[in-house]
Design a protein around this ligand. Sequence first.
Ligand code: 5AD
Ligand code: SF4
Length: 439
Amino acid sequence: MKSFYIETFGCQMNAHDSEKVVGTLLERGYEQVEEPAGADLVLYNTCSIRDKAEQKVFSRLQQFKKESKGKVFGVLGCVAQQEGERIFERAPHVSLVCGSASYTRLPELLVQIERGDRRVTGLSLDTEETFETPLTRRDNPHRAYITIIEGCDKSCAYCVVPFTRGPERSRTGASIIEEARQLASMGYTEIQLLGQNVNSYLDPSPEGWNLARLLREIARVPGLRRVRFTTSHPRDFGRDIIEAIDENPVLCNHVHLPVQSGADSVLARMQRLYTRSDYMRRIDWMKNSPRQIAITTDIIVGFPGETEDDFKQTLALLDEVEYDSLFSFKYSKRPNTPALALDEHLSEDEKGARLTILQEKQRAIQIRRNADLVGRTEEAMIEGFNKATGQWIGRTAQNRTLNFTLPDGLPVPAPGRYMPVLVTRAGANSLAGEAVRTA
Ligand code: 5AD
Ligand code: SF4
């Protein structure tokens, strides 16, 4: 039997793609191993969103170059798509290069590899297909990812994704509901719907569901308790999504809505297709929801031409929105992207200084917001047990980590179950509490 090792970098889409790739390999009789040393086939599912992410795969390939004899190396995902056959030049021991838009061809590519072909590629972006497979091997037994749309038709000036994942392709609503039903019948209670831009979801069947309609339908699948979706683009984010959340408790009260910058001039140069006030209108919908929707975002600091005043506007936006959490990044130059042609690139030091200021501000906001939750009882989905701290690890519907202890006499919880927990302490990045007795 042949064995394989796979390491995954990047976003949840990549993590889920790997689950599908693993399923496909197991089906062909491969066995998965935990270390590259013992594998016949070593795969890296790569990310190229920032330069640092891209460099990781090349350092991994370097690391194993000497021990490459008798092994087949494959590069999948976004770096594969972006660099294509250049990967063979940079790392001659690689035999397979395949981007995510070509994963439907994987079984065929594997046959070529097994035949001993030295250079095998799947690099076409010219596809209308989505990678749907009944062979997905999910890592988590309680929370499952479902892809609803692949690719991206936007052209944000900094972003490689349109080049690495190709044009938008939505799955049919019926196939998504069918997968959700199957997962619920297998015991999954939480589902996360995935896409680079889920708000552009458009059912290609005559039903023509949009995202809000799809969310309402998924919320009705018996057995599901939490449904999340990511990631959203503000331009396409309709009020009907908030209405669906308001009316369906199964839809989690958490929305990730990347803003990238608080300054209109930067948003325009980023080609984000919305203004700060368009964005704030969407925030107002959420703030006015009776469900107390947690809001999180992504921010890029130091985009070319970002002035001190632009940056201050981003800081002011953080005060105005009071995000529950955020991911922040220094702008990183990416191949093929329109932003490369812009003037006034900032130095690494300037970007670093802004990132620190932004992160400190957000930390203070989170400390304040999380402190407001002390004394409340939140439902936690149990993710595991931390031996070092003696606490159970839980997650709230709003996607906060809530670590907790058990009062004497309460039965030991099982991962994947839900428990009410009284929040007793709050930090910047997590909550702590004690499980409460029900009835
Ligand atoms: N540089 C820095 N951050 C980036 N992101 C996307 N492209 C870049 C880039 N070139 C960030 C955005 C996006 C998140 C997934 O990564 O904030 O929302
Ligand atoms: Fe990285 Fe973006 Fe590709 Fe995800 S889609 S793996 S974040 S480059």
